[in-house]
Design a protein around this ligand. Structure first.
Ligand SMILES: Cc1ncc(COP(=O)(O)O)c(C=O)c1O
Length: 378
């Protein structure tokens, strides 16, 4: 692995009163000399806002996915918001999604005035239980938004056939899943894809996002809405937003995209090592035929483990962890107020038991061995 991602971590850290000699961070932005050179080139170019770099990123991203259009946005949240609007989702509509996700999935639905309708997860994959989606459809349902959680795709075969049968739009929340595959294709190529370029993602630019689609009309709507509804200079076609990406950010993401295979390969190697070494807790499962990209490596503690205690003990061993997510979004007050009560036992149980471990490409073999050994002592 190239030295750009093998730079040493912070050598010293402090937890409470204790001094830790070597911390293994949960994630680490993957930035090297190429990104720095790209940023300097853009700064020197005199064009910093949405310009040639954004256009190049869009062409390269569309090429990678093999789709007609990729439209860059200021964040993954903005991508979701615009994708929903471009499909005509609005007040009075319902959008079926997972509650075991980052709040942005639900918030983007709420921004449109629609109501999120949550379906429980498959506890093996943490993705929406595809087979339960159809039962949640009502005359108000307008779209289905599967979330490809942790870097593993939902079963798009099932989702697309339910959507086609009922005439619904599909908006893939692929924020964590750039490069993820299933037998039928890549994340973001089935419905309208929404990606995030947030700092911890496998391809990042600090902040940013992309919408992908083969539908010219959806692409046109997203492009318009991203820029105040402006068709040509100061000619507006209704209310829009400023959801543009900067050329500075796009230049970083373009370099990152060129290293995507390498990053996914290293994450897969790291995941295989952890799954082969950890015995004390349930390691992640993945469905047959899925190309997991391991944005997160998430174990499941059993009922005898106290998660806070486990987090503390791992931190004492120098291992940072994360909980994605400590609550289903249906349990968050403003979402509950708009979406109503939901009974989602698998989501709530997963939210109590999951724990994500470091998996990023900058980990050394020793770091991975430290992580596995610390987990095996829980
Ligand atoms: C599942 C999911 N959806 C949506 C988002 C929103 O992306 P962003 O943070 O770029 O707005 C994120 C990212 O953080 C995410 O993980």
């Amino acid at each position: 692995m190239d030295s750009r991602i093998r730079a040493p971590f912070l050598k010293d850290g402090v937890i409470g009163q204790r001094h830790i000699a070597h911390r293994i961070p949960l994630s680490r932005p993957f930035v090297g000399l190429e990104e720095k050179a790209a940023v300097l080139r853009v700064l020197d170019s005199g064009m910093l806002a949405q310009g040639a770099e954004v256009a190049a990123l869009e062409a390269e991203f569309a090429g990678l996915l093999g789709v007609e259009h990729a439209i860059a946005t200021s964040s993954g949240t903005a991508a979701l918001h615009l994708a929903l609007l471009a499909h005509g989702v609005g007040p009075g509509d319902e959008v079926i999604t997972s509650s075991f996700t980052f709040i942005a999935s639900a918030n983007s639905i709420l921004y449109t005035g629609a109501r999120p309708v949550f379906v429980d997860i498959d506890p093996a994959t943490y993705n929406i239980d595809e087979r339960a989606v159809e039962a949640a459809i009502t005359p108000r349902t307008r779209a289905i938004m599967p979330v490809h959680l942790y870097g593993q795709m939902s079963d798009m075969d099932v989702i697309m056939s339910v959507a086609e049968k009922h005439g619904l739009a599909v908006i893939e929340d692929a924020a964590q899943a750039v490069g993820a595959t299933c037998q039928e294709g890549q994340a973001g190529t089935f419905g309208t894809g929404c990606f995030s370029l947030y700092a911890t993602k496998n391809v990042m630019s600090g902040e940013g996002g992309l919408v992908t689609t083969n539908d010219d009309r959806v692409a046109d709507r997203v492009r318009l809405l991203r820029q105040h509804g402006m068709r040509s200079r100061y000619v507006y076609e209704g209310l829009g937003f400023n959801y543009r990406l900067t050329d500075v950010s796009a230049s970083i993401a373009r370099v990152q995209l060129r290293h995507l295979d390498e990053v996914i390969g290293q994450r897969r190697e790291n995941a295989a090592f952890l799954s082969g070494t950890i015995r004390s807790v349930a390691t992640p499962q993945f469905a047959e035929g899925r190309g997991h990209v391991w944005h997160q490596y998430t174990v499941r503690l059993n009922k005898d483990h106290d998660r806070d205690e486990a987090i503390h003990r791992l931190a004492e061993a120098g291992v940072d962890t994360g909980v994605f997510y400590p609550r289903g979004v249906h349990q968050i007050e403003h979402v509950r107020a708009a979406a109503g009560d939901h009974h989602l036992p698998e989501t709530e149980q997963a939210a109590r038991e999951v724990l994500s471990l470091p998996i990023h490409p900058a980990l050394s073999k020793e770091d991975l061995a430290t992580v596995a050994a610390a987990v095996n002592q829980l």
